[in-house]
Design a protein around this ligand. Structure first.
Ligand SMILES: Cc1ncc(COP(=O)(O)O)c(C=O)c1O
Length: 357
């Protein structure tokens, strides 16, 4: 006898990338920033005192909201702080999608395929319908993306930009076209945007009159804080207010709020790491290309590389790198089976990878 709902029983759950317990590995498999967070972040965590731990944290993370609003030139009410970007995704699915897949109706979630493998898992948890529209050969969104999601009755569309796992950046005017044509909420997942040449914040400009756009940000990659679990959403106040109703009362803690606020207040220090990653990304791309790999130009902190057909296949390379304590990501799924996703590491880490390859 089991007690869980049928949809939970039927689902497999999300499989995170390997997290090897030894620190003595070259870890290029889960897109962490290879550089440490800045000193101000560690100082902010140290400065949290017994009294602020005794009390509940500010429920809406007001200081953080103010810091984020200042960075992006929006109002604090347009920001929601979450326990990682993942919590924002879960909240969006909870708030904008109907849990009645078995009944056949209701608002579902629409995604492009392939993309972040958590999206379908969240849809399964909510028991909402998922509509997956294949990306074009060049990893861009098809022109009829919004129409197809409208036809399927989606209440939420999630587009990761820069795209994961290809690293391709969709231009903002294409996102705007999707937002205008789509009848539900368009979430642009900008988890990796700190490494890109531009973001989609201009879509939030009231002059554009778009009130159905939500942007996701993560402090895991850009700010080197994957262990902290902090992210945030930005959008029109009605969208943010709706999600605030559905979140846990105290979804982010005092340590996280202090650290995340300091991280945004010291953004130029994080930006130094972004520039270093971008420079290494170019070097890695060039070096792998010279070895016969096909590498898609990436605007993210990872690259998607196809090994030359003349040598061992992607899975074999993944395995033998792992035997040498070098972890990259292999996806056993359509369009990705012949590729490796490689997080851009430090110069020393990338050299080890290139040497092993
Ligand atoms: C595409 C994408 N979106 C969102 C996230 C969420 O990141 P986090 O929950 O660490 O902020 C990730 C993490 O890997 C991701 O790859």
């Amino acid at each position: 006898m089991t007690y869980e709902r049928d949809n939970i029983k039927a689902m497999a759950g999300y499989t995170p990338g390997e997290q090897p317990s030894s620190v003595d590995v070259v870890k290029l498999n889960t897109n962490e920033n290879p550089y440490p967070p800045c000193d101000a972040v560690l100082g902010a965590i140290r400065s949290v005192n017994a009294e602020s731990l005794r009390r509940y944290p500010p429920p809406l993370a007001d200081r953080f909201r103010n810091a984020a609003a200042k960075v992006h030139g929006i109002r604090p009410e347009q920001v929601i702080a979450t326990n990682g970007g993942d919590e924002l995704l879960r909240l969006a699915v909870t708030v904008f999608c109907d849990p009645n897949r078995s009944g056949g109706g209701g608002k579902g979630v629409g995604v492009a395929e392939p993309s972040y493998s958590l999206y379908p898992v969240l849809a399964e948890i909510q028991d909402t319908r998922i509509t997956a529209v294949p990306l074009r050969e060049d990893w861009s969104l098809p022109d009829d993306f919004a129409d197809r999601l409208n036809d399927a009755g989606c209440g939420l569309a999630i587009v990761v930009n820069p795209h994961a796992p290809s690293g391709k950046l969709e231009p903002i005017d294409r996102l705007e076209r999707v937002a205008r044509a789509f009848k539900g909420v368009l979430m642009v997942d900008e988890a990796y945007v700190d490494f890109a040449s531009r973001d989609a914040v201009p879509l939030l400009d009231p002059a554009r009159g778009l009130n159905n756009v939500l942007l996701l940000r993560s402090l895991s990659k850009g700010y080197s804080l994957a262990g902290l679990r902090f992210g945030y959403g930005m959008g029109s106040t009605p969208l943010i207010d709706a999600m605030n109703k559905a979140k846990d009362s105290y979804n982010t803690d005092v340590l996280g709020q202090a650290a995340a606020t300091a991280a945004l207040e010291h953004r130029p220090e994080a930006a130094r790491t972004w520039r270093a990653v971008i420079a290494e990304r170019a070097r890695l791309t060039q070096a792998l290309t010279a070895k016969g790999y096909r590498v898609i130009p990436s605007e993210s902190n990872f690259i998607l590389a196809t090994p030359p057909a003349s040598g061992p296949d992607a899975r074999a390379i993944y395995q033998s790198l792992k035997e040498r304590s070098i972890f990259v990501r292999y996806f056993d799924q359509d369009r990705l089976r012949d590729k490796l996703r490689i997080t851009v590491g430090t110069t020393a880490q990338n050299d080890k990878l290139l040497q092993a390859i």
